[in-house]
Design a protein around this ligand. Structure first.
Ligand code: ARG
Length: 462
Protein backbone atom coordinates (compact mmCIF):
# COMPACT_ATOMS: atom_id res chain seq x y z
CA UNK A 1 0.00 0.00 0.00
CA UNK A 2 1.29 3.45 -0.97
CA UNK A 3 2.30 5.47 2.12
CA UNK A 4 0.44 8.78 2.18
CA UNK A 5 1.51 10.07 5.60
CA UNK A 6 4.68 12.07 6.13
CA UNK A 7 7.87 10.10 5.45
CA UNK A 8 9.70 11.60 8.39
CA UNK A 9 7.14 11.95 11.16
CA UNK A 10 4.05 10.22 9.71
CA UNK A 11 4.41 6.86 11.54
CA UNK A 12 1.59 7.53 13.98
CA UNK A 13 -0.70 9.15 11.43
CA UNK A 14 -3.54 7.40 9.59
CA UNK A 15 -4.20 10.24 7.15
CA UNK A 16 -1.87 12.45 5.13
CA UNK A 17 -1.62 16.22 5.54
CA UNK A 18 -4.28 18.43 4.00
CA UNK A 19 -3.26 20.91 1.35
CA UNK A 20 -4.18 23.66 3.75
CA UNK A 21 -1.86 22.27 6.43
CA UNK A 22 0.95 22.16 3.88
CA UNK A 23 0.21 25.75 2.97
CA UNK A 24 0.49 27.02 6.52
CA UNK A 25 3.12 24.58 7.75
CA UNK A 26 5.66 24.49 4.94
CA UNK A 27 8.57 26.84 5.36
CA UNK A 28 10.84 25.68 2.55
CA UNK A 29 9.89 28.68 0.37
CA UNK A 30 11.77 30.91 2.82
CA UNK A 31 13.98 28.73 5.04
CA UNK A 32 15.81 27.40 1.95
CA UNK A 33 18.05 30.40 2.75
CA UNK A 34 19.48 28.38 5.65
CA UNK A 35 20.66 25.55 3.42
CA UNK A 36 24.38 26.36 3.63
CA UNK A 37 24.20 26.42 7.42
CA UNK A 38 22.13 23.22 7.43
CA UNK A 39 24.64 21.34 5.29
CA UNK A 40 27.52 22.62 7.41
CA UNK A 41 25.66 21.52 10.54
CA UNK A 42 24.98 18.05 9.13
CA UNK A 43 28.63 17.64 8.15
CA UNK A 44 29.80 18.47 11.65
CA UNK A 45 27.11 16.31 13.15
CA UNK A 46 28.12 13.33 10.99
CA UNK A 47 31.69 13.83 12.21
CA UNK A 48 30.43 13.74 15.81
CA UNK A 49 28.45 10.56 15.14
CA UNK A 50 31.60 8.96 13.77
CA UNK A 51 33.77 10.09 16.68
CA UNK A 52 31.24 8.67 19.11
CA UNK A 53 31.07 5.44 17.05
CA UNK A 54 27.37 5.84 16.33
CA UNK A 55 28.29 5.44 12.66
CA UNK A 56 31.31 3.72 11.12
CA UNK A 57 34.12 5.48 9.29
CA UNK A 58 32.77 4.04 6.05
CA UNK A 59 29.25 5.32 6.77
CA UNK A 60 30.67 8.71 7.71
CA UNK A 61 32.54 8.96 4.39
CA UNK A 62 29.38 8.14 2.44
CA UNK A 63 27.32 10.70 4.37
CA UNK A 64 30.01 13.37 4.15
CA UNK A 65 30.58 12.86 0.41
CA UNK A 66 26.87 12.97 -0.27
CA UNK A 67 26.56 16.21 1.73
CA UNK A 68 29.46 17.67 -0.28
CA UNK A 69 27.64 16.73 -3.49
CA UNK A 70 24.45 18.35 -2.20
CA UNK A 71 26.45 21.50 -1.42
CA UNK A 72 27.81 21.58 -4.98
CA UNK A 73 24.29 21.07 -6.33
CA UNK A 74 23.05 24.01 -4.26
CA UNK A 75 25.97 26.23 -5.29
CA UNK A 76 25.52 25.41 -8.97
CA UNK A 77 21.76 25.96 -8.76
CA UNK A 78 20.73 22.42 -9.74
CA UNK A 79 19.46 21.48 -6.27
CA UNK A 80 15.67 21.17 -6.37
CA UNK A 81 13.92 22.38 -3.26
CA UNK A 82 10.70 20.46 -2.88
CA UNK A 83 7.44 21.51 -1.22
CA UNK A 84 6.92 17.81 -0.49
CA UNK A 85 9.43 18.11 2.34
CA UNK A 86 8.21 20.88 4.53
CA UNK A 87 11.41 22.66 5.48
CA UNK A 88 15.10 23.03 4.70
CA UNK A 89 16.13 20.32 7.18
CA UNK A 90 13.85 17.76 5.55
CA UNK A 91 14.92 18.81 2.08
CA UNK A 92 18.54 18.14 2.97
CA UNK A 93 17.75 14.84 4.67
CA UNK A 94 15.64 13.70 1.72
CA UNK A 95 18.35 14.70 -0.76
CA UNK A 96 20.78 12.67 1.34
CA UNK A 97 18.38 9.72 1.19
CA UNK A 98 18.25 9.95 -2.59
CA UNK A 99 22.03 9.69 -2.72
CA UNK A 100 22.79 7.08 -0.04
CA UNK A 101 19.46 5.42 0.72
CA UNK A 102 18.67 4.06 4.19
CA UNK A 103 21.94 5.24 5.69
CA UNK A 104 20.63 8.84 5.50
CA UNK A 105 18.26 7.87 8.29
CA UNK A 106 21.20 7.80 10.70
CA UNK A 107 22.01 11.53 10.40
CA UNK A 108 19.12 12.43 12.72
CA UNK A 109 20.36 10.16 15.54
CA UNK A 110 20.05 12.12 18.76
CA UNK A 111 19.22 15.33 16.95
CA UNK A 112 15.93 17.18 16.64
CA UNK A 113 14.88 19.83 14.21
CA UNK A 114 14.40 21.98 17.29
CA UNK A 115 18.08 22.14 18.18
CA UNK A 116 18.95 22.02 14.48
CA UNK A 117 16.96 25.10 13.48
CA UNK A 118 18.20 27.13 16.44
CA UNK A 119 21.78 26.23 15.47
CA UNK A 120 21.26 26.95 11.77
CA UNK A 121 19.79 30.33 12.58
CA UNK A 122 22.61 31.26 14.96
CA UNK A 123 25.14 30.30 12.30
CA UNK A 124 23.27 32.36 9.72
CA UNK A 125 23.11 35.42 11.99
CA UNK A 126 26.81 35.10 12.89
CA UNK A 127 27.68 35.20 9.17
CA UNK A 128 25.42 38.17 8.46
CA UNK A 129 26.83 40.12 11.40
CA UNK A 130 30.30 39.79 9.88
CA UNK A 131 29.01 41.07 6.55
CA UNK A 132 27.23 44.01 8.19
CA UNK A 133 30.36 44.94 10.18
CA UNK A 134 32.45 44.92 6.98
CA UNK A 135 29.98 47.13 5.16
CA UNK A 136 29.85 49.52 8.12
CA UNK A 137 33.63 49.81 7.92
CA UNK A 138 33.34 50.78 4.26
CA UNK A 139 30.94 53.60 5.22
CA UNK A 140 33.24 54.70 8.04
CA UNK A 141 36.18 54.86 5.62
CA UNK A 142 34.11 57.00 3.25
CA UNK A 143 33.20 59.32 6.14
CA UNK A 144 36.86 59.69 7.13
CA UNK A 145 37.89 60.40 3.54
CA UNK A 146 35.31 63.17 3.11
CA UNK A 147 35.88 64.54 6.59
CA UNK A 148 39.62 64.94 6.00
CA UNK A 149 38.84 67.11 2.99
CA UNK A 150 36.26 69.24 4.75
CA UNK A 151 37.70 70.16 8.12
CA UNK A 152 37.67 73.87 7.11
CA UNK A 153 34.10 73.87 5.88
CA UNK A 154 31.86 75.78 8.26
CA UNK A 155 28.18 74.98 8.57
CA UNK A 156 25.51 75.68 11.15
CA UNK A 157 25.05 73.05 13.82
CA UNK A 158 21.39 72.73 14.70
CA UNK A 159 19.31 72.17 17.81
CA UNK A 160 15.51 72.09 17.50
CA UNK A 161 16.17 72.44 13.72
CA UNK A 162 17.26 76.05 14.44
CA UNK A 163 20.74 77.38 13.82
CA UNK A 164 22.60 76.83 17.09
CA UNK A 165 26.40 77.07 16.86
CA UNK A 166 28.84 76.93 13.96
CA UNK A 167 30.56 73.58 13.41
CA UNK A 168 32.75 72.02 10.77
CA UNK A 169 31.11 69.80 8.13
CA UNK A 170 33.75 67.20 9.03
CA UNK A 171 32.55 67.35 12.63
CA UNK A 172 29.00 66.68 11.48
CA UNK A 173 30.09 63.71 9.37
CA UNK A 174 32.28 62.30 12.12
CA UNK A 175 29.28 62.28 14.47
CA UNK A 176 27.89 59.53 12.25
CA UNK A 177 31.24 57.73 12.30
CA UNK A 178 30.70 57.40 16.06
CA UNK A 179 27.12 56.17 15.69
CA UNK A 180 28.23 53.54 13.21
CA UNK A 181 31.10 52.59 15.52
CA UNK A 182 28.54 51.80 18.23
CA UNK A 183 26.43 49.89 15.71
CA UNK A 184 29.53 47.83 14.93
CA UNK A 185 30.21 47.30 18.62
CA UNK A 186 26.65 46.08 19.15
CA UNK A 187 27.06 43.67 16.25
CA UNK A 188 30.35 42.36 17.69
CA UNK A 189 28.77 41.96 21.12
CA UNK A 190 25.97 39.90 19.62
CA UNK A 191 28.55 37.73 17.84
CA UNK A 192 29.93 36.98 21.29
CA UNK A 193 26.52 36.46 22.93
CA UNK A 194 25.56 34.07 20.19
CA UNK A 195 28.64 31.94 20.62
CA UNK A 196 26.97 28.96 22.32
CA UNK A 197 25.87 26.05 20.17
CA UNK A 198 22.37 24.61 20.72
CA UNK A 199 23.06 21.42 18.75
CA UNK A 200 22.95 18.34 20.96
CA UNK A 201 20.10 19.75 23.05
CA UNK A 202 17.72 17.41 21.24
CA UNK A 203 14.03 18.21 21.21
CA UNK A 204 14.18 19.84 24.65
CA UNK A 205 15.49 17.46 27.30
CA UNK A 206 18.96 16.65 26.00
CA UNK A 207 19.77 13.38 24.26
CA UNK A 208 20.23 9.71 25.16
CA UNK A 209 23.31 9.63 22.92
CA UNK A 210 25.60 11.18 25.50
CA UNK A 211 28.63 9.84 23.68
CA UNK A 212 28.20 12.81 21.33
CA UNK A 213 30.75 15.36 22.52
CA UNK A 214 28.89 18.66 22.47
CA UNK A 215 32.09 20.60 23.21
CA UNK A 216 33.88 19.49 20.08
CA UNK A 217 30.68 19.65 18.01
CA UNK A 218 30.26 23.28 19.07
CA UNK A 219 33.86 24.15 18.24
CA UNK A 220 33.69 22.36 14.91
CA UNK A 221 30.75 24.60 13.98
CA UNK A 222 32.67 27.72 14.99
CA UNK A 223 31.01 28.28 18.37
CA UNK A 224 32.98 28.80 21.57
CA UNK A 225 31.03 26.24 23.57
CA UNK A 226 27.74 24.34 23.81
CA UNK A 227 24.64 25.91 25.35
CA UNK A 228 24.19 25.19 29.05
CA UNK A 229 20.54 24.17 29.17
CA UNK A 230 18.79 22.01 26.58
CA UNK A 231 15.34 23.49 27.23
CA UNK A 232 16.60 27.05 26.89
CA UNK A 233 18.45 26.05 23.70
CA UNK A 234 15.26 25.22 21.82
CA UNK A 235 12.92 27.71 23.53
CA UNK A 236 14.41 31.12 23.11
CA UNK A 237 15.02 33.31 20.10
CA UNK A 238 16.33 36.25 22.09
CA UNK A 239 19.35 36.32 19.78
CA UNK A 240 17.02 36.98 16.86
CA UNK A 241 15.41 39.86 18.73
CA UNK A 242 18.88 41.23 19.51
CA UNK A 243 19.84 40.97 15.84
CA UNK A 244 16.74 42.89 14.81
CA UNK A 245 17.32 45.50 17.53
CA UNK A 246 20.79 46.12 16.16
CA UNK A 247 19.43 46.45 12.64
CA UNK A 248 16.66 48.75 13.88
CA UNK A 249 19.08 51.11 15.60
CA UNK A 250 21.38 51.11 12.58
CA UNK A 251 18.49 51.85 10.22
CA UNK A 252 17.39 54.65 12.57
CA UNK A 253 20.86 56.21 12.20
CA UNK A 254 20.56 55.92 8.43
CA UNK A 255 17.12 57.49 8.59
CA UNK A 256 18.39 60.53 10.51
CA UNK A 257 21.37 61.00 8.21
CA UNK A 258 19.07 60.90 5.19
CA UNK A 259 16.65 63.34 6.77
CA UNK A 260 19.45 65.88 7.33
CA UNK A 261 20.53 65.61 3.71
CA UNK A 262 16.97 65.78 2.39
CA UNK A 263 16.30 69.00 4.29
CA UNK A 264 19.65 70.50 3.32
CA UNK A 265 19.06 69.67 -0.35
CA UNK A 266 15.69 71.47 -0.37
CA UNK A 267 15.29 74.82 -2.12
CA UNK A 268 14.96 76.47 1.29
CA UNK A 269 18.53 75.44 2.25
CA UNK A 270 20.50 74.38 -0.87
CA UNK A 271 23.42 73.34 1.32
CA UNK A 272 23.99 70.09 -0.53
CA UNK A 273 23.15 68.46 -3.84
CA UNK A 274 22.45 64.79 -4.38
CA UNK A 275 24.04 63.15 -7.36
CA UNK A 276 21.63 62.71 -10.30
CA UNK A 277 21.96 58.94 -10.18
CA UNK A 278 20.33 58.81 -6.74
CA UNK A 279 17.39 61.05 -7.68
CA UNK A 280 14.30 60.73 -9.85
CA UNK A 281 12.27 63.18 -11.89
CA UNK A 282 8.59 63.99 -11.76
CA UNK A 283 6.12 62.64 -14.32
CA UNK A 284 4.47 66.07 -14.55
CA UNK A 285 6.95 68.72 -13.37
CA UNK A 286 9.91 68.74 -15.74
CA UNK A 287 12.12 70.76 -13.41
CA UNK A 288 11.96 68.31 -10.49
CA UNK A 289 14.87 66.34 -9.12
CA UNK A 290 13.62 64.38 -6.14
CA UNK A 291 15.86 62.74 -3.51
CA UNK A 292 14.09 59.37 -3.70
CA UNK A 293 17.03 57.22 -2.61
CA UNK A 294 17.47 59.28 0.56
CA UNK A 295 13.73 59.31 1.21
CA UNK A 296 13.57 55.54 0.92
CA UNK A 297 16.57 55.16 3.23
CA UNK A 298 14.70 57.44 5.64
CA UNK A 299 11.60 55.25 5.55
CA UNK A 300 12.99 51.71 5.35
CA UNK A 301 13.62 51.69 9.09
CA UNK A 302 9.83 51.33 9.47
CA UNK A 303 10.08 47.99 7.74
CA UNK A 304 12.98 46.87 9.93
CA UNK A 305 11.26 48.01 13.14
CA UNK A 306 8.19 46.03 12.09
CA UNK A 307 10.35 42.90 11.87
CA UNK A 308 11.55 43.58 15.40
CA UNK A 309 7.99 44.05 16.69
CA UNK A 310 6.94 40.95 14.79
CA UNK A 311 9.49 38.85 16.69
CA UNK A 312 8.71 40.49 20.02
CA UNK A 313 5.03 39.75 19.53
CA UNK A 314 5.58 36.16 18.36
CA UNK A 315 7.58 35.39 21.48
CA UNK A 316 5.43 37.22 23.98
CA UNK A 317 3.65 34.70 26.19
CA UNK A 318 4.95 31.74 24.18
CA UNK A 319 5.06 28.70 26.45
CA UNK A 320 8.45 27.27 27.30
CA UNK A 321 9.86 24.72 24.87
CA UNK A 322 9.64 24.72 21.09
CA UNK A 323 6.36 25.76 19.47
CA UNK A 324 5.75 26.06 15.75
CA UNK A 325 5.24 29.78 16.29
CA UNK A 326 9.01 29.95 16.27
CA UNK A 327 9.09 29.05 12.60
CA UNK A 328 7.64 32.52 12.05
CA UNK A 329 10.93 34.04 13.18
CA UNK A 330 12.58 33.66 9.79
CA UNK A 331 10.77 35.77 7.20
CA UNK A 332 10.94 39.05 9.15
CA UNK A 333 14.65 38.50 9.71
CA UNK A 334 15.39 37.66 6.08
CA UNK A 335 13.50 40.77 5.02
CA UNK A 336 15.27 42.99 7.55
CA UNK A 337 18.65 41.61 6.50
CA UNK A 338 17.97 42.18 2.79
CA UNK A 339 16.83 45.71 3.55
CA UNK A 340 19.82 46.63 5.71
CA UNK A 341 22.29 45.37 3.09
CA UNK A 342 20.63 47.59 0.50
CA UNK A 343 20.74 50.54 2.89
CA UNK A 344 24.41 49.98 3.74
CA UNK A 345 25.33 50.09 0.05
CA UNK A 346 23.14 53.07 -0.80
CA UNK A 347 24.19 55.15 2.20
CA UNK A 348 27.83 54.67 1.24
CA UNK A 349 27.15 55.78 -2.33
CA UNK A 350 25.02 58.70 -1.14
CA UNK A 351 27.73 59.97 1.23
CA UNK A 352 30.45 59.64 -1.38
CA UNK A 353 28.50 61.43 -4.12
CA UNK A 354 26.94 64.37 -2.26
CA UNK A 355 28.19 67.79 -3.38
CA UNK A 356 28.25 70.50 -0.77
CA UNK A 357 27.77 74.23 -1.28
CA UNK A 358 30.45 75.71 1.01
CA UNK A 359 29.35 79.30 0.54
CA UNK A 360 25.73 78.61 1.45
CA UNK A 361 26.86 76.59 4.45
CA UNK A 362 29.05 79.47 5.61
CA UNK A 363 26.36 82.09 5.04
CA UNK A 364 23.77 80.06 6.91
CA UNK A 365 26.15 79.45 9.80
CA UNK A 366 26.35 83.26 10.13
CA UNK A 367 22.59 83.58 10.48
CA UNK A 368 20.76 83.26 13.77
CA UNK A 369 23.38 84.83 16.06
CA UNK A 370 25.19 81.51 16.35
CA UNK A 371 28.09 82.98 18.34
CA UNK A 372 25.92 84.32 21.17
CA UNK A 373 27.10 81.59 23.54
CA UNK A 374 30.68 82.68 22.80
CA UNK A 375 29.80 86.21 23.99
CA UNK A 376 28.32 84.87 27.20
CA UNK A 377 31.42 82.70 27.71
CA UNK A 378 33.67 85.76 27.11
CA UNK A 379 31.79 87.71 29.78
CA UNK A 380 32.20 84.83 32.28
CA UNK A 381 35.91 84.51 31.51
CA UNK A 382 36.64 88.25 31.64
CA UNK A 383 34.34 89.65 34.34
CA UNK A 384 33.09 88.44 37.68
CA UNK A 385 29.59 87.92 36.34
CA UNK A 386 27.98 84.49 36.56
CA UNK A 387 26.99 82.53 33.48
CA UNK A 388 23.28 83.21 34.16
CA UNK A 389 23.97 87.00 34.30
CA UNK A 390 26.10 86.75 31.17
CA UNK A 391 23.29 84.84 29.47
CA UNK A 392 20.82 87.68 30.23
CA UNK A 393 23.25 90.35 28.97
CA UNK A 394 23.96 88.41 25.78
CA UNK A 395 20.24 88.03 25.19
CA UNK A 396 20.00 91.83 25.17
CA UNK A 397 22.95 92.06 22.75
CA UNK A 398 21.13 89.65 20.42
CA UNK A 399 17.99 91.79 20.60
CA UNK A 400 20.05 94.86 19.70
CA UNK A 401 21.69 93.11 16.74
CA UNK A 402 18.27 91.92 15.58
CA UNK A 403 16.89 95.48 15.82
CA UNK A 404 19.86 96.92 13.91
CA UNK A 405 19.76 94.06 11.40
CA UNK A 406 23.43 93.28 12.04
CA UNK A 407 25.49 90.18 12.66
CA UNK A 408 26.91 89.98 16.22
CA UNK A 409 30.37 90.55 14.74
CA UNK A 410 29.12 93.76 13.04
CA UNK A 411 28.08 95.46 16.29
CA UNK A 412 30.41 98.27 17.34
CA UNK A 413 32.22 98.35 20.70
CA UNK A 414 29.99 101.28 21.71
CA UNK A 415 26.87 99.33 20.92
CA UNK A 416 28.16 96.36 22.95
CA UNK A 417 29.22 98.63 25.82
CA UNK A 418 25.79 100.26 25.86
CA UNK A 419 24.51 96.92 27.14
CA UNK A 420 27.46 95.85 29.29
CA UNK A 421 30.15 98.46 30.06
CA UNK A 422 32.66 95.78 31.14
CA UNK A 423 32.94 94.54 27.54
CA UNK A 424 36.19 95.53 25.79
CA UNK A 425 37.52 95.02 22.26
CA UNK A 426 38.96 91.57 23.09
CA UNK A 427 35.40 90.33 22.58
CA UNK A 428 35.83 90.76 18.81
CA UNK A 429 38.09 87.68 18.94
CA UNK A 430 34.96 85.76 19.87
CA UNK A 431 32.29 87.09 17.58
CA UNK A 432 32.96 85.56 14.19
CA UNK A 433 31.93 82.00 13.37
CA UNK A 434 35.56 81.14 12.53
CA UNK A 435 36.74 82.26 15.95
CA UNK A 436 33.85 80.46 17.61
CA UNK A 437 34.98 77.20 16.00
CA UNK A 438 38.65 77.85 16.77
CA UNK A 439 37.82 78.07 20.49
CA UNK A 440 35.99 74.74 20.73
CA UNK A 441 39.14 72.95 21.75
CA UNK A 442 37.53 70.65 24.31
CA UNK A 443 38.06 66.92 23.75
CA UNK A 444 35.73 65.90 20.94
CA UNK A 445 34.97 69.52 20.02
CA UNK A 446 34.68 71.05 16.55
CA UNK A 447 38.01 72.96 16.57
CA UNK A 448 40.26 71.86 13.68
CA UNK A 449 43.05 70.14 15.61
CA UNK A 450 40.44 68.35 17.72
CA UNK A 451 38.78 67.06 14.56
CA UNK A 452 42.15 65.94 13.21
CA UNK A 453 42.82 64.09 16.46
CA UNK A 454 39.34 62.54 16.36
CA UNK A 455 39.99 61.38 12.81
CA UNK A 456 43.33 59.89 13.88
CA UNK A 457 41.60 57.99 16.69
CA UNK A 458 38.85 56.90 14.33
CA UNK A 459 41.34 55.52 11.82
CA UNK A 460 42.68 53.18 14.48
CA UNK A 461 39.20 51.75 14.98
CA UNK A 462 38.67 50.55 11.42
N1 ARG B 1 10.89 24.38 10.24
C1 ARG B 1 10.89 24.34 11.67
C2 ARG B 1 11.21 25.76 12.22
O1 ARG B 1 11.71 26.56 11.52
C3 ARG B 1 11.90 23.39 12.18
C4 ARG B 1 11.62 22.87 13.54
C5 ARG B 1 10.47 21.94 13.50
N2 ARG B 1 10.28 21.29 14.74
C6 ARG B 1 9.16 20.65 15.07
N3 ARG B 1 9.10 20.14 16.22
N4 ARG B 1 8.15 20.58 14.25
O2 ARG B 1 10.95 26.07 13.34
Amino acid sequence: MKKTTNLVWGGRFKKGSSDLLKKINNSIHFDYQLIFEDIKLNKSYAKSLRKSKLISQNEYKKIDNALSEILIDVQSGVFKFSQDYEDVHMNVEMALGKKIGRLAGKIHTGKSRNDQVATDFKLWIKGKLKEIILKLKVIQKTIIKISEKNIDVIMPGFTHSQNAQPISYAHYLMSFFEMFERDKKRAKQLSDNINECPLGAGALAGTNFCEINRESLARDLGFAKPTENSLDSVSDRDFVIEFLSILSILSMHFSRLSEDFIIWSSSAYELIKFSDNLCTGSSIMPQKKNPDAAELVRSKCGRIYSSLFNLLIIQKGLPSGYSKDLQEDKEPVFDAYKTIILLLDIVNEMLASIKINKKKMFDLANKGFTTATDIADWIVKNTKLTFREAHQITGKIVLLAEKKNKLLSELSLEELKSIEPKINDDIFNYLSIESSISKKKSYGGTEHTQIKKAIRRAKKKI
